[in-house]
Design a protein around this ligand. Sequence first.
Ligand code: 5AD
Ligand code: SF4
Length: 561
Amino acid sequence: MLTQRANNVYYLAARKFCFRRLVGRSSCQLARTLTTSSVCSNPLQPGPSLKDFLKQPIAASVERDSDVPPYFDSLEARGANQRVFFEVYGCQMNVSDTEIVWSILESSGYLKTDDIFKADIILVVTCSIRDNAEKKIWHRLKQLRAMKRKRRDNFQIKIGLLGCMAERLKHSLLEEDRLVDIVAGPDSYRDLPRLLAISSSNQTAINVMLSRDETYADITPVRLNENSVSAYVSIMRGCNNMCTYCIVPFTRGRERSRPVGSIMKEIEFLSKSGVKEVTLLGQNVNSYRDSSSQESASNDVAKLAKGFKTVYKLPKGGLRFAELLDQVATVDPQMRVRYTSPHPKDFPDEVLQVIAHRKNVCASIHLPAQSGNTQVLDRMRRGYDREAYLDLVRHIRDILPGVALSSDFICGFCGETENEFNDTLTLIDEVGYNVAYLFAYSMRKKTTAHRRYVDDVPDDIKRDRLIRMSQVFRRRADELNRRYIGNREVILVEGNSKRSNEFLFGRNDGNLKTIIPVGELPVEEHSNFRKPIRTGDYIMVHVTDANSQVLKGQPLYHCTI
Ligand code: 5AD
Ligand code: SF4
């Protein structure tokens, strides 16, 4: 629906219920819905399709030649040579999305700058997962607006808000006295050149339409940090899990998988560009299904292991995650492959077999538990209980004895009692994680928890529980990481250590940060020829020390995976 609002704001209403209602209508009904003043006198006359509607220019007042096709040809030029500065918050998915955005803008004639003071356009890629993440971004937007007003050419600078906060806060963002000039949700990045063109005529433009099938499959992301040895590759978007505490299904929409051909093309390109490590990204990578692929080994519906259940219909047919992982691993045997995040509810043995048999698929698994208490897990709608999770961990360790595990935990979820919380502490203790991300629960509007439960654990208790989780985690991680002392580990060097230029850091197969001194090493084991250690090299390291966060070691020689 195209609605003009006060202050010259043109607003593309994108609430999901509107979208569903629109797609369910005939073209004539649609025409009536979309052009508020038109009257559909002849019911047989064809109206515009939804596609036409989406391609219409939002702001009627934007000038263009009357005989050129709408809108790119005439408006796109307005962006030529303007410099864009990106500020990225939140998860790896946001980094990956920003690379898609940059690809779209670069091919529309925009330039990128790393200096915010030289930028014509500042794009803030946002995260909504917890209230404090949003508060931080809100504060930053106010700073940016103040900065914009101070600049003499202030009307030239445009501020855009992208990502998860776009859908959630579209109303307040626009109402707050021109805090931003454009708002674009995670599925509307293709529309950015047009939104920016509209904003250049000093109007605010917004598109937060969520899509059922957008995967940006035809867009090759352009890396923000071309010197980095690792890259993120998004394999799917959205999430269907509907964990009761989580806003992601609302901000990022329904789950959809990117076709395997497009993923493979990107991985091959990254390998040729010298990338040594790729991380496949998705909210729920194990439910990856490329139904466009003819290569599927199975036509079955995915099966869940005993003790696991799901609230949504499992996909049928299509190429599955284990097969994708295997294919990706064959592109370049000297390129490490990681992935995040799988959901414990569908962790098939085939994935474990790929990790066991492919040397370049890293033996580190992120297995977000969220809680160690069966009742809390049930209220969170995680689809498993404590025992099923522990069985899965035992099973993983049987197949991959040296695997490094990481997890996410939330404390203080609605109604969490002290006894229930203690089960989380004992789970962390029993499993033993090398890495963990620990959070205090933050109630999000729209979620099931917001409708169904009360956020009744006081803040000071949440804080106290967070500290106690962290203490148990650290003690166990310290023990586990110390077991590496005396081992030989292959590390991929990523760059200089933050603390000193005399040290480098890299990661071992288990994704543990490892610090080594700079220097020259034999080009291979037992060789008399030496060469310096550089970013992107694989180095064999003798681990000499460890704590809950890092390993430290003596580099021995250059090696391969
Ligand atoms: N409050 C606190 N933590 C949350 N997470 C997701 N939603 C919330 C919330 N409302 C955490 C989960 C998830 C990670 C990405 O963020 O642990 O795995
Ligand atoms: Fe959120 Fe659960 Fe989906 Fe993860 S799996 S993104 S926690 S709804």
